[in-house]
Design a protein around this ligand. Sequence first.
Ligand code: CP3
Length: 369
Amino acid sequence: MIREWEEACGDCYGPGQMKGVPDNLTARERMVRAASSQPVDGPPVWIMRQAGRYLPEYHEIRQLGTFMETCRHPDRAAEITCQPIRRFGMDAAVIFSDILVPAEAMGMDVSFEEGVGPKVGPALRSRADVDRLHAFDPEESTGFLGDAIRKVRAELGEDRAIIGFCGAPFTTASYMIEGGSSRNFEHTKAMLHGSPDSFRELLERIVDALVPYLGMQVESGADVLQIFDSWGGTLSAATYRETLLAPMERLICAAKALEVPVILCVNGGGHMLELLADLGPDCISIDWRVDPDDARARVGHRVALQGNLDPSALLASADTVSRLTNETLDRFGPEPGHVFNLGGSVLPKTPVECVQAVVETVQARRGTP
Ligand code: CP3
């Protein structure tokens, strides 16, 4: 398939130039195929945290309740999910929710304070604390998320991809152990190194909970799953391998068994791309510090790559953003297996016209909206 692509397409995207690409791909097909390294007419585009604070219409809905109430309200969550698609026409809609929704369903108190970030309590510090977490039935405890996904499908139709997601075991555990955001993850790393049995048990319980939670999202209509390991990049490759290989493989393997492409995003994971590719995801998201050529040389074609424009670049002018988007597309080249995204989550102060510039530039290059 890949050889065929290289012979057929030379170094430019455009309709009709590639063998093995069906005519008139829908955005949904483009997203699912690109995340699985199959040929497409040009990269799909979506943006991490595209449903969020840089949009004025998001703030309007958020005034109606707290952040967690908004997550639990299927009409509001569906509306927020669709807002960026209506404005910009990304290929995929990422469902509005949070990686801490399962932590709440496992028995922790989760809240978000303006300017402070998440609060998760009571913080887990001992084996007895870990043992107080419980499994949950995803339909019973988080059915609102399934309802929101079905509403998004009804609103956006069959032609747009829906991305479901969860936090990775390490990132989820870090919020549970620290009780919120952290700079150095002191308590988390103290448990990881000092009480490895308790830490392992915590990771296992999290994976046990996440597998049916992801299953429920796919059953409700998610076409792609992304696993966010936002803080996994703070670990050495050796520690990641020793501590996280087994739970991550189990999670990824179970997610792939749902027959959707699985994207793994480890912020700051550039030092261990080979290891991340070995975990078996269909696609890995690379941050802006990683050179796409280098990433491709290191992981070959066994995974697709997602990324990787620096989110801070979107604080420049729209013209600059267009130029940098084109440069990023050039660096990935024409090979199959590229999903265009930022190298991290979009920043709340990002001007709307700069998000527009990213999406329009990717669409213009491939010649289809
Ligand atoms: O648009 C989307 O991507 C879908 C929704 C989504 C949210 N959070 C909504 C949200 C997704 C995919 C997430 C993932 C998430 N949540 C991550 C991984 C991605 C990353 O940025 O690394 C993490 C670490 C969290 C935890 C979290 N949620 C934090 C640290 C915060 C507060 C600070 C911040 O960065 O926003 C949140 C709150 C949150 N999650 C908001 C949104 C839109 C803002 C809440 C508000 O309206 O006040």
